[in-house]
Design a protein around this ligand. Structure first.
Ligand SMILES: *[C@@H]1O[C@H](CO)[C@@H](O)[C@H](O)[C@H]1NC(C)=O
Ligand SMILES: *[C@@H]1O[C@H](CO)[C@@H](O)[C@H](O)[C@H]1NC(C)=O
Ligand SMILES: *[C@@H]1O[C@H](CO)[C@@H](O)[C@H](O)[C@H]1NC(C)=O
Ligand SMILES: *[C@@H]1O[C@H](CO)[C@@H](O)[C@H](O)[C@H]1NC(C)=O
Ligand SMILES: *[C@@H]1O[C@H](CO)[C@@H](O)[C@H](O)[C@H]1NC(C)=O
Ligand SMILES: *[C@@H]1O[C@H](CO)[C@@H](O)[C@H](O)[C@H]1NC(C)=O
Ligand SMILES: *[C@@H]1O[C@H](CO)[C@@H](O)[C@H](O)[C@H]1NC(C)=O
Ligand SMILES: *[C@@H]1O[C@H](CO)[C@@H](O)[C@H](O)[C@H]1NC(C)=O
Ligand SMILES: *[C@@H]1O[C@H](CO)[C@@H](O)[C@H](O)[C@H]1NC(C)=O
Ligand SMILES: *[C@@H]1O[C@H](CO)[C@@H](O)[C@H](O)[C@H]1NC(C)=O
Ligand SMILES: *[C@@H]1O[C@H](CO)[C@@H](O)[C@H](O)[C@H]1NC(C)=O
Ligand SMILES: *[C@@H]1O[C@H](CO)[C@@H](O)[C@H](O)[C@H]1NC(C)=O
Length: 838
């Protein structure tokens, strides 16, 4: 038996040592060079002995090679395809012998961890049809030798770290059908020679740093279906020759620096379904010829400088799903023909200069899901016909000039989630039927002329409701009893600036998720709603400008108001002592991370609504739109508080704003106020405070606004620090105060011992003698500091608002870097843009 086998072997193949196939050697050599050469996926890459006779190991590599992982041979046993997609390869191609693979047509190394450059020897793969090196860490330049692989149909180098220029030699790839070089660091121009790749159907160059013009030769690519140049540095205008791309279905040039007009020739791109050229600097009017693109589904030119009207011809875009013109300079009326776009789901016209009425024909858009018209000059009333938009979920109209009533028909839009009408001139009562909108999450009617009783049915609104904002209207009646069960989602309740009477309903405690309660500037009476102490998320409580009375000393809760950051009880009739227990236990004002610097807003994912609140700083009303998490303030001014300022106030180490003015406070200013290191604004004016201004307050580096006036303070004003920057009206009306900035100087014997500056005696005399060159210089220095602090304050209080806006745009830009181009995503970025104030 053994002999038989021996004979069989002996006859069927001569016992010669087979020369290993060069491909096998090449792969084994390369495998040895990998960082993870023991990669189990490559375990089949080994020269297995076919038989073991007389101690000699003979190898039939042509048999085994073709069974190796990722290796595919042709009929003659030559390696034809090497597919090592997502094989956890870690290493370089420096030891890959390209010349051994003369039959290779497919090389797929995508989704690995291969570093280093693409070797120029790639040119030896003369039969190559398909090259995919995407999703690696390749760096350096693209070798121009790839241009010699003229059989190539697919070239995928995307998602690497390739830099340098796109070699113009690639223009020789006359058979290329698909090229993807996106997500690299390529720079310089797009070579005009690419116009020679006449078989190209897909060209992706997005997310590089390509500059210069879009070469007009691209217009020669008659087979091109997809062109994506997003996120580059391309400039100049869009070449009219692109209009020759009659097969093009998708055109993206988002986020470049393209200028000039949109060429009317683009109206010839008969196959176009997606036209996305947002975030450029295109100007002029939008050509009416685009109305010929009847296959268009998405027309997105947002964030450009396009002016003029929407051509009525756009009513012919019968396939349109998304129309996005936001953040441009469009003007004129919304054309009636827009009502013909029966497949339209998203209409974004926000942040333009549209004026005139909303055409009632918009009520024909029965596929519409989102209508965002925010920040225009639209006027007239909201047409009843919009009640026909049964699929409408987002109806954002804030910051326009709409007038008239909110139509009763709005309640037919049963899917409505967001309804924002703030900052318009709407009048009349709110129809009761609004309360039947069970999906409503945001109802923002703020700053209009709405009147009538505040609807009591708001009190048992849908549990979906997150924001109820009726501020700055003329509603009367009582605060609706919030009869919602404890699973409700109400986060923000803003009824500021109405004519509400009665007391604050205890049922508010059912709204466990409340973060903002603003009932300020009404005519509310009764005592302080101390039971709100138990709301775990409450961050902002504003009750200013009411007729609330009684004391604040009734707390039983262990940690009252655990998350409160803004407490404004100003201009009420509160009496008794200041709430020292609160000061001790406001956890959020004692524990905020001081290093927190990034702008973090409240409200998380609700981006179409911004909590707006007013604080009075230095006589200026600051509107804090989007309340910043790190902003902390206590305003108890204009009440009838008595007694001393409690020492517990020092616990509020992260407080930035403290106003106790216009009360009847007595005793001394506590020394330990200096522990509130972040304090920027301190107003103790118009009280009955006595004693000296504590010297340590001069060490409060952020203090920018101070008012000690109209008290009974005495002694020298502390010199140095921010105190050198305050004017005399910060100290007026205190008969006993002296020293800079007051004209009354302190006689030697009037300077209390404790307040003599610790410097040497020369400094002391300089101080007493008024200005010297040195003190002017120091004053100037602090003046600069003051300026910076004010700048900081302005930034963090939301004004000027463009600062915030830029930050946000950057964030949305980053969010976009890795976006898939679905309409949902672009919708999100639209909305986050829609929500900015300017
Ligand atoms: C081949 O045969 C020799 C002698 O019998 C033995 O020592 C060796 O382990 C065998 N090699 C393999 C790979 O089986
Ligand atoms: C080697 O492999 C080839 C291809 O599979 C086969 O035709 C040949 O018979 C094998 N030779 C030996 C000695 O096994
Ligand atoms: C290469 O392998 C991947 C993953 O195994 C597979 O998805 C892909 O289709 C293969 N490519 C070819 C051309 O067969
Ligand atoms: C690749 O190898 C490097 C160097 O040893 C190592 O730092 C890295 O984690 C490896 N990466 C992967 C994905 O295996
Ligand atoms: C092109 O490359 C990008 C980046 O890697 C990738 O997200 C995209 O899916 C690729 N597209 C095609 C069609 O290959
Ligand atoms: C390729 O393009 C370049 C630059 O546009 C041009 O000069 C050249 O003649 C073209 N070559 C072919 C073969 O068309
Ligand atoms: C892109 O190129 C410009 C010059 O064209 C350069 O200033 C910039 O730093 C580059 N950006 C990146 C990310 O490489
Ligand atoms: C391409 O477009 C240009 C400019 O619009 C035009 O002059 C030229 O004739 C067009 N070429 C073809 C082949 O249609
Ligand atoms: C394209 O639009 C323009 C302007 O609206 C019009 O004059 C022209 O006739 C249209 N062309 C075709 C082929 O429809
Ligand atoms: C809009 O549709 C109406 C009726 O369907 C039609 O009469 C009108 O011409 C259309 N307007 C446009 C601009 O297409
Ligand atoms: C609406 O705006 C238009 C254009 O600005 C103006 O002519 C018209 O008088 C305004 N109508 C109302 C009711 O304000
Ligand atoms: C609060 O004001 C009401 C009248 O609005 C008055 O009846 C009540 O006695 C006051 N309570 C206190 C404690 O002053």
């Amino acid at each position: 038996m053994g002999l038989l086998i021996f004979l069989f072997i002996l006859t069927s193949s001569s016992i010669t040592t087979f020369a290993s196939k060069p491909e096998a050697n090449a792969l084994l050599t390369w495998k040895t060079s990998l960082v993870n050469r023991n990669n189990p996926l490559l375990s089949s890459w080994a020269l297995a002995p076919d038989y073991n006779l007389t101690g000699t190991i003979n190898r039939n590599t042509s048999a085994t090679l073709c069974t190796w992982y990722g290796v595919h041979c042709d009929a003659r046993g030559n390696v034809e395809k090497l597919n090592l997609t997502a094989s956890r390869l870690n290493g370089t191609l420096n030891h890959f012998t390209f010349s051994s693979f003369s039959s290779l047509t497919h090389l797929e190394l995508n989704t690995n961890n291969i570093l280093g450059s693409i070797p120029v020897e790639v040119r030896y793969l003369t039969k190559l049809v398909f090259l995919d090196l995407s999703g690696n860490q390749f760096s350096g330049e693209i070798p121009k030798e790839i241009g010699m692989l003229t059989g190539l149909k697919t070239l995928l180098l995307d998602d690497n770290k390739l830099s340098g220029y796109i070699p113009q030699e690639l223009g020789n790839l006359g058979n290329l059908v698909k090229m993807n070089m996106s997500v690299n660091f390529l720079k310089g121009p797009i070579p005009s020679s690419l116009g020679n790749m006449t078989k190209l159907t897909e060209l992706y160059l997005f997310q590089n740093n390509l500059s210069g013009l879009i070469p007009p030769e691209i217009g020669n690519l008659g087979s091109l279906k997809i062109l994506n140049l997003d996120f580059n540095d391309l400039s100049g205008s869009i070449p009219p020759s692109l209009g020759n791309l009659s097969s093009l279905t998708v055109l993206y040039t988002y986020r470049n620096k393209l200028l000039g007009r949109i060429p009317k020739e683009l109206g010839n791109m008969k196959s176009l379904t997606v036209f996305g050229i947002g975030h450029n600097q295109l100007s002029g009017s939008i050509p009416a010829s685009l109305g010929n693109l009847t296959k268009l589904k998405q027309l997105d030119v947002h964030e450009n400088l396009i002016s003029g009207v929407i051509p009525p011809e756009f009513g012919k875009l019968e396939s349109l799903i998304q129309l996005s013109f936001s953040h441009n300079k469009f003007s004129g009326q919304i054309p009636v023909s827009v009502g013909n776009l029966s497949t339209l789901e998203q209409l974004y016209l926000n942040d333009n200069q549209f004026d005139g009425f909303l055409p009632k024909e918009l009520g024909n858009l029965n596929s519409l899901v989102e209508m965002i018209l925010v920040k225009n000059r639209l006027n007239g009333s909201i047409p009843d016909s919009l009640g026909n938009l049964l699929k409408l979920e987002e109806f954002l109209l804030h910051d326009n000039q709409f007038s008239g009533y909110l139509p009763e028909t709005i309640s037919k839009c049963e899917k409505l989630k967001y309804l924002t009408l703030s900052n318009n001139s709407m009048t009349g009562p709110v129809p009761k039927s609004v309360c039947t909108l069970r999906s409503l999450q945001i109802l923002d009617l703020g700053n209009n002329g709405f009147s009538g009783p505040v609807l009591q049915c708001f009190g048992n609104f849908s549990h979906e409701l997150i924001v109820l904002d009726l501020r700055l209207n003329s509603f009367h009646g009582t605060v609706p009893p919030m009869l919602l069960n404890q699973n409700n989602n109400l986060r923000s309740l803003n009824l500021n600036g109405n004519r509400l009477q009665g007391s604050i309903p205890g049922t508010l405690i059912n709204c466990r998720k409340l973060e903002v309660v603003d009932l300020g500037n009404n005519m509310l009476s009764g005592g302080f709603p101390h039971w709100l102490e138990a709301l775990p998320m409450l961050q902002v409580l504003v009750l200013r400008g009411n007729k609330l009375n009684g004391t604040l000393q009734t707390s039983n809760t262990k940690t009252p108001f655990p998350n409160l950051r803004i407490l404004d009880l100003s201009s009420n009739e509160f009496t008794g002592l200041l709430p020292s227990k609160y000061f001790k236990n406001f956890k959020a004002m004692t524990g905020i991370d001081r290093k927190a610097s990034g702008a973090q807003y409240m409200g998380g994912n609700v981006s179409m609504y911004e909590d707006t609140i007013e604080l009075v700083v230095k006589g200026l009303k600051l509107e804090l739109e989007r309340i910043l998490v790190i902003y902390t303030a206590i305003d108890l001014s204009v009440n009838k508080f008595q007694g001393e300022i409690p020492h517990t106030i020092e616990r509020l180490t992260s407080l930035r704003f403290l106003n106790l003015s216009h009360n009847s406070l007595t005793g001394q200013i506590p020394n330990n106020l200096r522990n509130i290191e972040l304090l920027e604004s301190l107003d103790l004016s118009s009280n009955k405070l006595v004693g000296e201004i504590p010297l340590p307050l001069a060490s409060l580096n952020f203090l920018a606004v101070v008012n000690f006036s109209q008290n009974q303070l005495q002694g020298a004003i502390p010199p140095g620090g921010q105190f050198n920057t305050f004017g005399n009206n910060s100290f007026q009306g205190n008969k006993g105060l002296c020293g800079f900035p007051l004209t009354k100087s302190c006689g030697d014997d009037e300077v209390p011992f404790s307040q003599i500056p610790k410097g040497d005696e020369d400094d002391d005399s300089d101080f007493l003698n008024g200005f010297t060159w040195e003190s002017v210089a120091i004053g100037y220095g602090f003046g600069m500091l003051f300026g910076l602090v004010i700048g900081w304050l302005i930034f963090y209080t939301g004004k000027p608002r463009w600062v915030i806006r830029i930050t946000e745009r950057e964030q949305s830009r980053l969010g976009r870097r890795s976006r898939k181009r679905t309409s949902k995503r672009s919708q999100l970025s639209q909305i986050s843009n829609a929500s900015f104030s300017s």
